[in-house]
Design a protein around this ligand. Sequence first.
Ligand code: 8X3
Length: 254
Amino acid sequence: IGKDADMAILITGASAGFGAEMCRVLVHAGYKVIGAARRLDKLHHLQAELGAAFLPLQMDVADKSSVDSALASLQGTWADIDLLVNNAGLALGMEPAQEANYADWETMIHTNILGLTYVTRQILPRMIAKNAGYIINLGSTAGAWPYKGGNVYGATKAFVRQFSLNLRTDLAGTRIRVTNIAPGLCGDTEFSNVRFRGDDKQAAAVYENISYLQPADIANTVLWLYQTPAHMNVNNIEIMPVSQTFAGLSVTRD
Ligand code: 8X3
């Protein structure tokens, strides 16, 4: 049983991928987990799998009133959030900036930036009031390493990284911890299927003949971070599969 078993963990984007795997790993480790997402049916499947230690919470992070009312509905120890994992986020498209669909940019900014701040701003005062808590934000290698077609997606993840560092700065003198996790290429999630708008062939091509990170790698990282000693703060953790490196600065020949 985890050290804070009477308190709850809130994970956004819990219906699939990293988020769903985090719910599994953290419930199996003995914690009470609230899984938040838009797709309630997926959360109910997780509830059937995980039992009473899992609470489904229908919430659209990109909709401030949905965030406010969903979080206000939490009762008793479920309202005592000791760990918030801001996992919800998405990439849409890989076209060069001048060809990208502007509505896609707005959706990414809305979910990855505004959505993350809606949830954080709601939960922070509760953590401040008890001078305890941990916020883990899901950034990306794309927030530090540019790549073609990464334009606004990578920029939203750069926001997540810098917001995490700035949060920790504002929280100096408190016991509240903040970490930015920046995963690189990770498969077996809906990430690329969403990015390529349901084109499963194009999505599968991203992972062809590559050994990539698994959702469990990231979920186990969250568990490890949460269980690190209370005096220790991991500011930023960047994780890539061995098949990926940051080499690759491009040159254009005349
Ligand atoms: C996901 C990693 O490289 O597809 O954030 O942008 S990448």
